[in-house]
Design a protein around this ligand. Structure first.
Ligand SMILES: NC(=O)c1ccc[n+]([C@@H]2O[C@H](COP(=O)([O-])OP(=O)(O)OC[C@H]3O[C@@H](n4cnc5c(N)ncnc54)[C@H](O)[C@@H]3O)[C@@H](O)[C@H]2O)c1
Length: 422
């Protein structure tokens, strides 16, 4: 029996079309790994619960885990990122899905609880909400060893777990998949970079000649800066890390404090994982340029002070799906994307499938690794084995028809030795 609650089961046909498109663009997850999983069934008897953005790419991951023998439960990791058609299609395929677009905070946690009630053995989280809920409300899953290990997909989630671990509060083995090279250097940089451009393009906004302010110069934000510059925008970067700021400066961007940059900015995009990157103050709101576009790409809706902006506005008008015009008391208009939530996921379709192929190949192989090596784990953070990261890289290159060199024995000895010098 499939357990589920989705928006509309009648959307399944449309969801199948979306999944069909993603299949061919994710050959590592959907072909190479799935073919082997179907034969070997490495996940037989295992229940996996994923708190992930319910997109077509996540659907491909779910299919591969199921092909490996797992019982799969899914809930959304953001109230606005669920693609209802994909959710409906997955239910028809026997995936247990509790997710719909636009759920309330209360419903969001209800969905997480429904997944945890299935007594999962592996949790795949995106933002830490499911694993934190397991610690708070389902401690028996941890105490009795039902949960073997967990995986985290995004930077903010990894940061939360590092903080938990430091306090001794992390009681499960946790693999920060986000920290793998095949994840953050491609999914975060390329996915977010292209995703925000396509989200704003949907509003028919020209980037060329615009002043674009990018908060942060990390994986996501540096990708966004590069894409905005490529379209002819004047890009200004704000940072709190001196080295990142230097990298931005030497890459040719303007670098300055955010309060200095705000008055000239036509588009402001945040992806820092930090709170109130635009300070929640009326005098700052008054400095925003008329018609400025505000978009957040960081995991939670706290980087742009959405609540305070809504309170400050004398009128809020929806102008397109998930874009609101806020009219301030002084008559200025501000365009807020996706209510301050992940604009690339809410306004466009999230990251391109090609990029998610690597992230979800990692999640698939890590699930297999967890089952194979479960006896050796202790609670706390455990690094992703480099050989799994490398394997995904090699497989991705193979599917792209790209060959690379291999170290000779002599080269290997040289770069791993110290004897040879001048
Ligand atoms: N939208 C998406 O699809 C998507 C994808 C991946 C990650 N994320 C999320 O995006 C956020 C950033 O992830 P990342 O991998 O780029 O992290 P990162 O650690 O690589 O980069 C964050 C950068 O922001 C800087 N920063 C922190 N506080 C700041 C502030 N107040 N002002 C200016 N700069 C500040 C940091 O110094 C750092 O350089 C996280 O919340 C992550 O979970 C979103």
């Amino acid at each position: 029996m499939v357990n589920y609650k989705v928006a509309d089961e009648n959307l399944a046909e449309k969801g199948k079309e979306a999944l069909y498109v993603a299949e061919s663009k994710m050959p590592v997850t959907a072909e190479i790994i799935r073919k082997r999983f179907s034969k070997e069934k490495p996940l037989k008897g295992i229940t996996i619960a994923g708190c992930l953005h319910i997109t077509k790419e996540t659907g491909i991951l779910a299919r591969t885990l199921k092909a490996g023998g797992a019982e799969v439960y899914l809930c959304g990791s953001n109230p606005l990122s669920t693609q209802d058609d994909v959710a409906a299609a997955l239910v028809q395929e026997g995936i247990n899905v509790f997710a719909w677009h636009g759920n309330t905070d209360e419903e969001f946690y209800w969905c997480i609880r429904e997944c945890l009630k299935a007594k999962p053995n592996i949790l795949i989280d995106d933002g830490a909400d499911m694993i934190v809920t397991a610690h708070k409300e389902f401690p028996e899953l941890i105490e009795k060893g039902t949960i073997i290990a967990c995986q985290e997909e995004t930077t903010t989630g990894v940061k939360r777990f590092k903080a938990m671990n430091k306090k001794g509060a992390l009681k499960v083995p946790l693999f920060p998949v986000n920290d793998a090279r095949c994840k953050n250097q491609f999914d975060n940089e390329l996915g977010t970079g292209q995703g925000i451009i396509s989200a704003i393009y949907g509003m028919h906004v020209l980037f060329a000649g615009k002043n674009v302010l990018i908060a942060g110069f990390g994986h996501c934000s540096s990708g966004m800066a590069l894409r905005a510059r490529g379209l002819g925008a004047n890009v200004t970067v704000t940072e709190v890390d001196a080295i990142k700021a230097l990298q931005a400066k030497f890459a040719g961007y303007n670098v300055m404090p955010i309060l200095e940059a705000i008055p000239d900015a036509d588009i402001i995009l945040t992806a820092t994982g930090c709170k109130h990157v635009i300070p929640a103050k009326t005098e700052v709101f008054d400095k925003l340029k008329d018609n400025v576009i505000l978009g957040n790409l960081g995991h939670f809706d706290i980087e742009i002070p959405t609540k305070e902006l809504y309170e400050h506005a004398k009128e809020i008008k929806p102008v397109r799906t998930n874009v609101e015009e806020l009219i301030f008391p002084n008559g200025k208009k501000v365009y807020l994307l996706a209510k301050g939530r992940l604009a690339n996921l809410v306004l466009s379709e999230g990251h391109p499938s090609e990029v998610m192929d690597m992230s979800f190949a990692l999640q698939s192989l890590m699930s297999e690794y967890i089952v194979k090596n479960k006896a050796s784990f202790k609670p706390g953070m455990i690094s992703i084995p480099p050989e799994i990261d490398d394997k995904v890289g090699y497989l991705k290159l193979k599917t792209m028809g790209v060959k690379i060199d291999k170290l000779t024995d002599e080269q290997y000895s040289y770069i791993h030795g110290y004897e040879e010098g001048t």
